[in-house]
Design a protein around this ligand. Sequence first.
Ligand SMILES: Nc1ncnc2c1ncn2[C@@H]1O[C@H](COP(=O)(O)OP(=O)(O)OP(=O)(O)O)[C@@H](O)[C@H]1O
Length: 386
Amino acid sequence: MATVADIKCALENVKYPGFAKSIMEFGFVKDVQTDGSACIIALEITSSAQDVEAKLREDISEALSGLVENISINIKKPEAPKQQSNSTSGKNIAPHIKNFVMVSSGKGGVGKSTTTVNLAVAAAMQGKRVGILDADIYGPNIPRMMGLQGREVEVIGNKAKPFRIYGVDVMSMGSLMQEGQALIWRGAMIMKAIEQLLRDILWEDLDILFIDMPPGTGDAQLTLAQSVPVTCGINVTTPQHVALDDSRRSLDMFEKLHIPIGGIIENMSGFICPKCNEESDIFGMGTCNELAEQYNTQVLGHLPIEPAIREGGDTGKPVVYFQPESESAKRYMQAASKLIAYVDEVSDKASNDSIQPTTPPGVSACSTAGASQASSSKSGGGCGCH
Ligand SMILES: Nc1ncnc2c1ncn2[C@@H]1O[C@H](COP(=O)(O)OP(=O)(O)OP(=O)(O)O)[C@@H](O)[C@H]1O
C-alpha cells in the first residue's frame, strides 16, 4: 500500500521538462492524496505550454506506475498567451519605460551598435523621449559612438544616472567597467548584469528604450525578454547570404520568445562614394527583402556603406545628428519613423507572460543546473521559453 510519502518520494524523480530539478524541488506539487491504490496529485506550474503539461503527465504516470493503480493528475497553469505578443501580466522591472526595442544581429560586426545609435538619435529628433541601453556586454561600443568615452558615471544613492547626449539618455556596461577591462561572462552573471542595467539605472519615463544586445542568441536575450515586456525586436544584417543565414536564427529567437518583429535593417547595402556620390553594389543589395517576407515583417531601411557613418561612430558624432543632409541620415530618419509607427501599433500588446523563468531568482532559466550549481552553470540544455 503506497503512502503519501512513497508517492512524494517517487515524484522526486520527475524532472520539470527542460530543467535539471524535479517538480518537488521546484515546489510545483501542491497536494498528494492516496488511499493506497489510487492517488490524486495537484500540481501548479508556471508554463502554459501544452507539451510541458503532456510531458509531466507522462513522466508522473511512469514514475508512479508500480506504486498505485489509478492516478489522477490535476494541473493548474497560467492562461496561454496570445500569439505575437508578450502580454501585460508578465514581469516588468522597468514599468515607467513605455516601449523596449531589442536590437539584435545574428553575428558581430554588422553594424548593430551603429544602427542603435542612429535610430535612437533619429527617434529623439522626431520628438520621442528615448534611451539607449548598451547591453552588449562583450563589446560595449556605445560610449565611443555617442562621444561618452572617459566620462564618469554619476551615482545617486545606489543608482547610476544615465548620460544625456544628443537628446538621448544613455547607459552602457562600458561606462560601468574600467576601460580595457575584460570579463568572462557566465549565465548567472549575464542575467544579473542585464537586470541591474534596467533596475539600478535612473531611467526617466521614456517612450522607447533601445537595447543594443550582444550578437547572437543567448542568455542576455532571454534575460531581457524575461525582465521586461519587449515591444519589438529589430534585426540588423548585412546583405551577404551568409549573414542572412545568421539573421534567421535571430529572427527565430524573436518568434520563440513571442517578441513581435519590428523590422530588418539591411546595413552596408551598397556603397556611396564620398567623391562622386554614386552608389555601387559591394556586398549585394536588397537581399533581405525576401527574409522580411518570410518572417512577415518589413525592411526598415537599406543603409549604404558610407564613410560618414564610420567616422560618426569613431568620433562620437552620429551621422544622423551631425550630417542630416547625407543620404544615410535621411535613410535613418525614414527607418526611425517606420519603427515608431510599428511601436505605436503594437505597444499595448507587449507581454512576456509566456517566457517567465521557472527557476529561483539568480539561476539562469537557460541552465539545466540547479540553484546550488548556479555559479558553475553553462547555458545549453532546456530553456524557460515555452
Ligand atoms: N553603413 C556603414 N557604413 C560605414 N561603416 C559602417 C556602417 N555600419 C557600420 N559601420 C562601421 O563598422 C564597424 C562595426 O560596426 P558596429 O560596431 O556598429 O557593429 P556591431 O554589429 O555592433 O559589432 P559588435 O557586434 O562587434 O558590437 C564600425 O566601425 C562602424 O563604424
